[in-house]
Design a protein. Structure first.
Length: 584
């Protein structure tokens, strides 16, 4: 007999675990979350928070979304990505980043009701955790996962209470390993991984110092420092990252992974900070220092039976592109509604297989992208003559060569401009953030081929209602005049049917099926003199269906199925669709 019984046990209160707990609590599912430490993240590792993640927070409620913006540095302060010899020294180049180029900003505004922002993990985790606990999550801190065993009915997990040293067991129907990059759950499951851990070494130095005079005129989250030796290990360059504008900072500096990890004491931290800021008299208030390794590894399957892994447990990669915590939270958004549907008897267990089918390709994609972004600093080093060798004077001469009127210098300047521009694949990579299209048994085709990407799929988001894609955002209007995103009409743990004038039979069919399957289905009929109106015509253009067709949207905003036109027997058609995708 287990000591504690619950429906879902989550290991870890990082972005993945806390988001999943907040969602399960919002969906009314009994669950418990544990963390081996007594509190949440103490260092502001993740920070770039993309629009898709903000949509998850918006789905949790306007108070959650609003609090995130309240703590975050706004997008406008993120955008002047600077490359320099030091903060006080010469600036070598600059690029608009994180949606701040006017063309990119237009794409951001058209894509989502939410704004990208810079929300350090030290704010994101407490927000998600507080949301979870206030809505019903049972949380146990200072509690360590030791092992688990699963059988046909459930999972028995052994935990250690780190305060008493005693062990206890938790019996749950499902177990979620959100236990980070050194995941024991993943190890115990023996899931298949590709790639390698520890391909580079980095040190983090967190400190307070007012650096306004070096940065306030070119606001950015990232200041890249190119000095001889900057290409060793780590993320490819020295980095001075804004944590709070402009007096709290995190320096990331590489070290050779083939040697021993450095001991970063106050003297070393001060010396590195002075070197990167370029101020030999700089005084810092050191808040912390740590070393970490750059990883290039992802799970090719994220589930075994009743046990799932998510977040860094499944995808381990450098911070390039700021995808880690974002993808972790989005893993939770994918799995939570499926667990809820199965536990409430609305879906068969096979629905859960779609989690790995949908998210493992994303794990592969983002790990590959993040590591590729490190390699893409190479052309900058090459153009500056910084690649290879340890002759610092020679490197400095190479860097200086670009300022003359010589033809080679002009060629060098052009190569450098191109190399900087190419870094948009790291610093303005909207498509990677927004273009996730799922393929699984929880998506039903309407027989249409997948629309091709007309622009670069990594850089540009391409909205479509093709089943598997995320519902496109456009603004529509409630009778009261309130402006609503199409995403606001959906989500919150429920399926939604969207149709237009002439689609009344779909609404009636959804009501029949909701009663028959015990599955709440929200319906919106969009059109003139209806509860939701499309004054701008943006929805008519985005929906890719006729007015009397319909879209069936999953609780995670992805299109489950669509019908371009009315059906002869909408009840039979919707029954076929729902029973198939819910594995009933
Ligand atoms: P995470 O590691 O955060 O949490 C794991 C949890 O499991 C913790 O609560 C831990 O205590 C717990 N745990 C582990 N083992 C346990 C056990 N045996 N028993 C009980 N509990 C256990 N990402 C991003 O999206 N944008 C960004 O800008 C950045 N920037 C960034 C900068 C730097 C310098 C770093 C190092 C990383 C980033 N990241 C990032 C990545 C981001 O920090 C990372 O992807 C997320 O923290 C992963 O969240 P998880 O919840 O998966 O794991």
């Amino acid at each position: 007999m287990a000591d504690i019984t619950t429906d879902v046990l989550i290991i870890g209160t990082g972005p993945a675990g806390s988001a999943t707990a907040a969602l399960l609590a919002s969906y009314g599912v009994a669950h418990m979350v544990i963390n081996r430490y007594r509190w949440l993240a103490t260092t502001p590792r993740a920070h770039i928070t993309n629009q898709r993640t903000m949509e998850v927070l918006r789905d949790l409620g306007s108070e959650v979304e609003g609090e995130a913006y309240m703590h975050a540095s706004p997008q406008e302060l993120m955008g002047e990505n600077v490359f320099c010899e030091s903060l006080a020294g010469e600036e070598i180049g600059r690029m608009k980043s994180w949606g701040n180029h006017p063309l990119s900003m237009a794409e951001h505004l058209l894509s989502s009701p939410c704004k990208m922002n810079d929300l350090p993990q030290t704010f994101m985790e407490p927000l998600l955790f507080k949301t979870a606990c206030s809505r019903g999550t049972q949380a146990r801190m200072s509690t360590e996962y030791i092992s688990h065993e699963q059988d046909a009915e459930g999972v028995t997990t052994t935990c250690r209470d780190r305060l008493t040293g005693g062990t206890f067991t938790v019996r749950s129907k499902y177990l979620v390993g959100a236990d980070g990059g050194n995941s024991l759950v993943a190890e115990h499951l023996g899931l298949p991984f590709e790639g390698r851990m520890g391909v580079g070494g980095s040190m983090n130095i967190l400190f307070r110092a007012d650096l306004s005079r070096y940065v306030a005129h070119r606001p950015s989250v990232l200041y890249w420092v190119m000095q001889p030796g900057a290409d060793v290990g780590g993320i490819g360059m020295g980095l001075v990252r804004m944590v709070r504008p402009w007096n709290e900072w995190l320096i990331v500096w590489g070290y050779d992974i083939n040697g021993p990890a450095p001991v970063v004491d106050e003297a070393m931290a001060t010396q590195v900070a002075r070197q990167l800021v370029g101020d030999p008299a700089l005084e810092i208030e050191l808040l912390g220092a740590s070393v970490w390794t750059v990883n290039n590894m992802f799970a090719t399957h994220m589930q075994k039976g009743r046990v799932f892994i998510m977040g860094d447990a499944a995808h381990r990669h450098p911070p390039s592109n700021g995808l880690g915590s974002n993808t972790s939270i989005q893993d939770g958004f994918n799995l939570a509604w499926k667990l809820a549907a199965v536990l409430k008897g609305q879906a068969g267990e096979r629905l859960l297989d779609s989690y790995s089918a949908e998210r493992a390709p994303i794990a592969r994609q983002i790990v590959t992208r993040a590591n590729q972004s490190i390699g893409e600093f190479g052309p900058i080093f090459k153009a500056l003559g910084m690649d290879g060798g340890t002759d610092h004077e020679k490197i400095q001469r190479n860097m200086d060569a670009r300022v003359t009127a010589a033809p080679e210098a002009e060629a060098q300047r052009e190569a450098l401009r191109q190399a900087f521009a190419f870094k948009k694949y790291e610093f303005d990579c909207h498509g990677v953030e927004m273009n996730q299209r799922y393929r699984s048994d929880a998506i039903l085709t309407d027989g249409q081929p997948e629309p091709a990407f007309e622009k670069d799929a990594e850089l540009h988001y391409a909205p479509t209602t093709w089943p598997g894609a995320r519902l496109p955002h456009v603004w529509v209007f409630a009778k009261s005049g309130e402006k609503l995103s199409t995403l606001d009409l959906c989500g919150k743990g429920q399926f939604t049917l969207l149709t237009g004038i002439g689609g009344e039979a779909w609404v009636a069919a959804a009501e029949t099926l909701a009663a028959e399957l015990g599955l709440p289905i929200r319906c919106h009929l969009i059109g003139p003199r209806r509860a939701v109106e499309d004054h701008t015509g943006d929805w008519a253009r985005a929906s890719e269906i006729r007015d009397a067709g319909c879209l069936l949207v999953r609780p995670d905003h992805h299109i489950a199925w669509r019908s371009e036109t009315p059906a002869a027997d909408p009840v039979a058609e919707l029954r076929r669709v729902l029973t198939t995708l819910l594995a009933r």
